[in-house]
Design a protein around this ligand. Sequence first.
Ligand code: NAP
Length: 360
Amino acid sequence: MTRESPFGEARLPVAVLGATGAVGQAFVRLLAKHPWFELIEVAASERSAGKSYAEATTWIGSEPIPEAIANLTVQPCTPASIRAPVVFSALDAATAADAEPSFAKSDRIVLTNARNYRMEPDVPLVIAEVNPDHLDVIAAQRKRRGWSGAIVANGNCAAIVGAMALAPIQQRFGIRRVFVVTMQAVSGAGYPGVASLDILGNVIPYIKDEEPKLEEEFCKFLGLRESDHIQSAPMVVSAHTNRVPVEHGHTLCMSVELNRKGDVAEVEAHLANWRGAPEAVRLPSSPERPLLLTKDPDRPQPRRDVDTGRGMTVTVGRVRRDPILDVRLVALGHNVIRGAAGASVLNAELMASTGRIPKP
Ligand code: NAP
């Protein structure tokens, strides 16, 4: 059973910045009938501002645009145009750079998917089930930057999937080194994304700026909260990232060197039993299991496993001995849901349920 709303009968008004894009649309779908939050505003570029949401958006969902949202007028991405105290940002990095701090200065909590502030030591980079305590650095962020609001970041879509599979291993054994190769879906590049003639029947062994994100964000997700900053875990990560002709779902093949030696069965058992931080359980977007271990030799696969747990479960399989490092495994997660909009909504639910978002 889902926890009771911290806001009682009323729902908390929220807005989505970048609401017309691929991640923005996922926010709209997830928030349209949210039990705790009410989506009252959508914002995008000057090209879209002033139009109705339906008119401004090339809708890529299989269900129609939720009725209550279709007729909202798209606002510009400025704090003066938005009333909601909590804003979900699906802005591209160029726009997020100035827009997000302007909202944080104006008393808003910004849950961002853009890369700009993820690696700032006073910005929590949060996966609700993995490192909810990192939210405590918000106090230092406010003090240092003079903000009354805050920025809370979501990771890169592949980094979230990988870090969720690594979290139980780090917690139990400690991790020294990770070697990761990704196969990333086209929806990870936004809409319209990669040209069909480039990706159909093809693999592109390069995603601009992606590899350093995995190498840094794994360490921050699995790092420690100090009094006023996050100290990244001292592990070394080597990443190869590839774009593949899959619609949704990033797959990661990882080899891991452990600090404390454990055999495959022990690692598997720990992955199977992991439920994540108790603070993240029974929130409206929590999946029944954040990680699902499959023993099928040919799983996980994007087509079969991407929607597990309404897109919020990461499926892990093929756990086996690694002849170079210690263990290897495959992890798969929905890049737009678990890797972006769904993870941000879960982070907001976590903040609300732990008293970090005041009642309206
Ligand atoms: P997208 O489809 O290209 O959408 C970009 C959004 O930003 C659109 O709503 C667009 O509005 C708006 N925008 C562009 N320029 C703007 C401006 N100057 N002022 C205000 N709004 C502007 O991108 P996406 O894939 O949804 O990604 C959004 C963010 O999430 C990016 O930072 C991306 O790196 C990150 N992310 C994406 C994924 C994924 O799987 N796709 C996963 C994790 C993180 P218009 O329609 O008006 O142009």
